[in-house]
Write a protein that binds this ligand. Structure first.
Ligand code: SF4
Length: 434
């Protein structure tokens, strides 16, 4: 039988070492494609250190990326902590929140250490066992023996390397990431869930068009595209920063808040250059994806050839449009300076693009709050139910609760009511930063 060769055998050989109280697995092959399953899956090539009490996992730069306790005090054996490229820790919850998949389209619910608009979840970081791992992993790691008499030298060397990287190094690396891009990515598109939010951020334009009153993530920068030279420099610096772990990367986020408003040739240039320079064609992870935000005006003014060009790229592209509301009273109340008629036109355009281009998905965001005019929900139904004759699997609509840190039963109830009526897939948008 023909055996397919693992192209990473030479560069990332798998090794296992076990003693009675310590196991080390180097270069484990995780899943090579992001999937939606109800059991924990790890992605990419990574290494694992396991003691009687805990499991720590590291990327190919020897930086910690997952952790969990093995003791009975851990909340659930299939739950884990993940550290992001921005050096945030996220706790992934499995059970206890009925309907997580229906609500967010994923089986695991991310819980953050910073305020966000999630209507679901608990406070796992307040659990002593979670706090122990989250805060004290360097101490726990330091207590692991440096070597053992029967331990191969390269395994001992790997332990020395992972021990060398301390919290300040990881903080410094995250700051460098934000400096390269010009700022921290304060919000990622909801579609980035298809890559578990593991994206390389590249800023192609700063700021946004509207500076809406309700928005908590906006900045003061006027909308300004970057130059090709600047983009090239970012790509060089990011390539260096992600280092050996680039082999696990296959997703790109073009920032900031309205990359679709950048010139069409700049968008395509940034995507293609990134694909080449980051080596996505040689990534361990298959099915590269491209994410960006757009606005009602940037969509309505976009060059039609842009979508043809994006559809030819080696990415599946997801463009998330901030529609917010189809109701003029609501748009006025939240201080979004656009007309409802334009939202209607943008919604139609999204449908056309979704229908025409198999490799592009246009998705839309609407806000949710229990203090909005009742016409907001009715006008949303005019679009997602009445304007579409039959259920369509492509073109998700995300509902984004306006308030941070205030889960509301009424809003959750409205969400499920809308989801049942909608002919487009509908999910809650949990705001997540990088
Ligand atoms: S909602 Fe979008 S367009 Fe409005 S201020 Fe926020 S980032 Fe800018």
């Amino acid at each position: 039988m023909l055996q397919l060769r693992d192209p990473f055998t030479i560069t990332h050989p798998e090794t296992a070492y076990r003693s009675d109280d310590l196991s080390i697995f180097l270069n484990i092959r995780g899943n090579n494609e992001y999937v939606k399953v109800s059991y924990p899956v790890k992605y990419g090539i990574f290494s694992r250190l396991e003691t009687r009490e805990m499991i720590l996992e590291f990327n190919l730069n020897h930086e910690i990326r997952h952790a969990r306790s093995k003791t009975r005090h851990w909340l659930h054996p299939s739950e884990w902590l993940k550290r992001t490229a921005g050096n945030d820790w996220i706790y992934y919850s499995s059970g206890g929140y009925a309907g997580v998949f229906e609500a967010i389209g994923e089986y695991y619910l991310p819980n953050f250490t910073y305020p966000t608009n999630s209507l679901l979840g608990g406070r796992p970081f307040e659990e002593p066992e979670v706090a122990k791992i989250h805060l004290n992993w360097p101490k726990l790691l330091a207590a692991v023996p440096d070597s053992k008499p029967d331990m191969p030298a390269h395994v001992a060397d790997w332990i020395a390397q992972v021990k060398r990287i301390q919290k300040p190094d990881l903080e410094h690396k995250a700051r460098t990431l934000f400096e390269i891009c010009g700022a921290r990515t304060t919000v990622l598109p909801p579609d980035a869930r298809h890559s578990d939010y593991n994206v390389i951020p590249l800023t192609i334009a700063d700021g946004c068009l509207y500076k809406c009153r309700f928005c908590k993530i906006k900045n003061k920068k006027p909308f300004t595209p970057r130059t090709q030279d600047d983009i090239q420099q970012q790509i060089r610096d990011l390539s260096h920063l992600f280092g050996n772990d680039r082999v696990n990367c296959n997703a790109l986020f073009l920032g900031e808040h309205d990359a679709l408003n950048a010139p069409a040739d700049l968008i395509v240039y940034a995507a293609q250059k990134s694909y080449d320079r980051f080596g996505f064609a040689r990534s361990y992870m298959i099915r590269p994806r491209l994410y960006l935000f757009g606005s009602v005006d940037s969509l309505l003014h976009a060059d039609p050839h842009l979508f043809e060009a994006l559809n030819r790229l080696p990415f599946d592209t997801h463009i998330n449009i901030g529609l917010e509301s189809h109701d003029q009273a609501t748009l006025d109340r939240i201080g979004k300076p656009i007309r409802a008629e334009k939202v209607s036109l943008a919604f139609n355009r999204m449908g056309e693009i979704n229908h025409t281009f198999p490799k592009i998905e246009m998705t839309g965001n609407f806000i949710m709050d229990d203090h909005l005019p009742p016409t907001h929900i009715q006008s949303m139904l005019d679009l997602v139910r009445d304007r579409i004759s039959h259920p369509v699997p492509k073109g998700s609509i995300y509902l984004s609760p306006l308030r941070f840190g205030k889960p509301s039963r009424e809003v959750l109830y409205d969400f499920y009511r809308l989801k049942t009526a909608s002919r487009l897939p509908m999910f809650l948008y949990i705001i997540q930063r990088l």
